[in-house]
Design a protein around this ligand. Structure first.
Ligand SMILES: Nc1ncnc2c1ncn2[C@@H]1O[C@H](COP(=O)(O)OP(=O)(O)OP(=O)(O)O)[C@@H](O)[C@H]1O
Length: 329
């Protein structure tokens, strides 16, 4: 990774966006422990910049500034929520952010040191969770691959949102919304979130269309999950055929699930075998649009999430943007 003579200083900048509150504060502690090793192994070839977030959405601003400055890489240090925010910093006003001077040369790459509660993207790649030596090895090797990015558009929200893992709607999105309130309890937060979401849940008929085709009414939807990668909810293999390098999204819908279905079939969600069951459909798409059925009395309360972050409510459009970024593998 020796810098060549034409490389500017900014093009050697590695900006680490650290959420000190991630994983109930463990991210901040682990980050401090790994700094000496990181400096000694990466510091001779790169300028290491540490940026601690001060609250929600701050990581978006830090990442956007770093990309504008032409940094070599922006590395999210934390969970999927921090990665989600850093990813969103690569985009502005519906487009990829360009470096200020439109400098030729290497584009800013996206990296991840997974230190969150769920760390579901790390599971997709089979990385050891919270293994800081392995994470530093990856950065030192610097192997990159163009990765697809998922996009969610909510008409009421002027800002598009981007995701790497899984976006979803209805029960799973509501469960994620509640789970985020119980992160102090570690992975148990997902179980409590699901129980709380179920209390007020009702399966709903929803209108959907894929790839700009005909609208159809899908009956009694419990949850629809749109995967760029496989995992959500701290290890559920919800979209088991999803691949962030194949230019498509895997859509999995659970229909007419009752509370006891989750108890009896929970293990299939972790194994990824639920897609072979009745009441589950799976589909490979480029775009999916979903809206509520007209004339329903209960409107406006179908939750939408991406990468575990609550985005809002239906209607929503999900699409794939192939090969958007260099991702450090
Ligand atoms: N300094 C901060 N103080 C409080 N919250 C923060 C801060 N910085 C970021 N956040 C918020 O913390 C949330 C969760 O962060 P993160 O994803 O890193 O950890 P996690 O939730 O423990 O892990 P995972 O998402 O993998 O389950 C994000 O939604 C982010 O907006």
């Amino acid at each position: 990774m020796a810098p060549d003579a034409l490389t500017t200083s900014a093009q050697r900048d590695y900006v680490f966006v650290v959420n000190p509150s991630g994983a109930n504060g463990r991210t901040g502690q682990q980050w401090k422990k790994m700094m000496p090793d990181l400096n000694s192994r990466l510091g001779k070839d790169c300028n290491i910049h540490e940026a601690l977030t001060t609250g929600p959405l701050h990581a978006i601003e830090i990442a956007r500034e770093a990309v504008r400055d032409g940094a070599a890489a922006v590395v999210a240090v934390g969970g999927d929520g921090t990665l989600h925010e850093v990813l969103n910093g690569f985009f502005d006003d519906g487009k990829l952010v360009q470096s200020r001077e439109g400098r030729p040369g290497p584009r800013t790459a996206l990296g991840l040191i997974p230190m969150g509660t769920g760390s579901d993207l790390a599971r997709h790649f089979g990385w050891n969770l919270n293994d800081r030596h392995q994470a530093i090895d990856r950065l030192v090797k610097g192997h990159k691959r163009r990765i697809d990015v998922g996009r969610v558009q909510l008409p009421d929200d002027k800002v598009d949102r981007y995701f790497l893992n899984v976006a979803s709607l209805h029960l799973s999105a509501k469960a994620g919304y509640f789970a985020s309130m119980y992160k102090k309890l570690g992975n148990l937060c997902y179980v409590i979130g699901a129980l709380q979401a179920f209390r007020s849940h009702e399966n709903r008929d929803l209108r959907m269309r894929t790839d700009g085709g005909e609208w159809t009414v899908v009956p009694k939807v419990t949850a629809t999950c749109v995967g760029n990668a496989k995992y959500f909810g701290g290890g559920m293999n919800i979209t088991p055929s999803a691949d962030p390098f194949n230019g498509g999204l895997e859509v999995v819908s659970l229909m007419d699930y009752k509370w006891y279905d989750f108890i009896l079939k929970m293990h299939t969600l972790y194994q990824g075998t639920h897609v072979h069951l009745d009441k589950v459909t799976t589909n490979s798409v480029q775009t999916l649009e979903v809206e509520e059925v007209e004339n329903e009395s209960r409107k406006g309360n179908v939750f939408v999430q991406a990468d575990g972050e609550h985005l809002g409510f239906l209607p929503a459009k999900f699409s794939i943007l192939p090969e958007q970024l260099d991702f450090i593998l």
